[in-house]
Design a protein around this ligand. Structure first.
Ligand code: ADP
Ligand code: MG
Length: 340
């Protein structure tokens, strides 16, 4: 079973950033509002992810590390319409098989915290506020061939930061911090929800609040100029809704490193989407300049398959033409709109 896990791990865990992505996924699924990532040596020596989410009860700690253990899916129907990020129950088992892993967790209603050491299976009481800390040490220590393929610490760190950035751009209500070698590398503060003693906002006001929160996060992550240098995308066609912001041609870059697409809240890299966005810029961007954009696509979960690859970065649309058209026209319309 150890071997099976290590083979599965090869698909899920490619580098430190893959671990960071899975652990942050889990923290978000657990309802965290604050997530702190700490790294040593680009994440190769140590990755810890702390959250203030729902925690894992003492008696479930060992189960969470087992293969195909997931608390997020109960039957095949769930698989079709899965709303949470993780749902295959493979990530923790895979990570544990190629590292020295421990889990420290406490649900709010549980008296104290417990620490589980994955390798020895030892479980002991510990201290912690409600929430979870996942610790992953010495990634690929038992598979030196894989470890050899890792790049410099700086490169691995950049990939880790990118993994968190992708989450941050879709969750403005969650605060993120990334530390490397004891230094704060990035911090994106949460936009606070309206206080409960304030008047309950109606739907339109709520949408405006969400928009403002999203704009703030976009500016924090993509730079303060991005709001001025981009146009709001808000487009609906058939089953597909496209929202977000498209950078003006002036904001284009030499590298395609600021192109973010989300499908139902999940970051994806997808040819249909990139092609559609690129096509929308055809008349306004020349040469090899790369547009900047953050596009959030909402589509009936039954019309998109998110279970095509273990790293979950790819999707398959039932009707990719419909999605292509929606993105193309959504961005085109935004770019053509008269500006104030
Ligand atoms: P999946 O996310 O696909 O369910 P994982 O292997 O990533 O599978 O996680 C296994 C289980 O461990 C989850 O279903 C969840 O119940 C629990 N878990 C993992 N991380 C956390 C966390 N940060 N907070 C609370 N529960 C967690
Ligand atoms: Mg998961």
């Amino acid at each position: 079973d150890e071997l099976v896990s290590q083979i599965a791990a090869g698909e899920v865990v490619e580098r430190p950033a893959s671990v960071v992505r899975e652990l942050v996924d889990n923290a978000l699924d657990a309802g965290a509002t604050s997530i702190t990532v700490r790294l040593l040596a680009g994440g190769v020596r140590l990755i810890t992810v702390e959250d203030d989410g729902c925690g894992i009860p003492r008696e479930e700690l060992a189960i969470a590390l087992r293969r195909h253990a997931t608390s997020k899916i109960r039957n095949l129907h769930d698989l079709e319409s899965v709303a949470t990020m993780g749902f295959r129950g493979e990530a923790l088992a895979a990570i544990a098989s190629v590292s020295e892993m421990s889990v420290l967790s406490r649900p709010a209603q549980q008296e104290g915290a417990y620490l589980l050491d994955a390798r020895s299976g030892e479980l002991r009481p510990a201290a912690r506020n409600p929430g979870t800390t996942m610790e992953v040490k010495e990634l690929f220590f038992s598979t030196p061939a894989r470890r050899k393929f890792l790049k410099t610490d700086a490169t691995e760190l950049a990939h880790c930061v990118e993994a968190v950035r992708r989450h941050a751009l879709t969750r403005p209500g969650v605060g993120f911090a990334i530390w490397h070698e004891g230094k704060l590398v990035e911090q994106w503060r949460a936009t606070l929800p309206p206080r409960s003693d304030e008047a309950q906002p109606d739907n339109a006001a709520l949408q405006q609040l969400e928009q403002r929160a999203m704009d703030k996060r976009l500016a924090d992550v993509l730079g303060p100029d991005f709001l001025e240098q981009s146009i709001v995308v808000n487009y609906q066609a058939g089953h597909v809704q496209v929202r977000g912001r498209a950078g003006l041609p002036d904001a284009a870059r030499s590298r395609a490193d600021q192109q973010f697409c989300y499908v139902n809240g999940r970051f994806v890299r997808d040819k249909v989407l990139t092609h559609a966005a690129r096509a929308a810029y055809e008349d306004v961007l020349h040469g090899h300049r790369q547009p900047v954009y953050a596009l959030y696509i909402s589509i009936d979960p039954m019309r998109v398959d998110v279970n095509v690859h273990p790293t979950k970065i790819e999707v398959r649309f039932r009707d990719s033409r419909e999605v292509h058209q929606a993105v193309l026209h959504g961005v085109e319309n935004a770019l053509a709109a008269p500006r104030a």
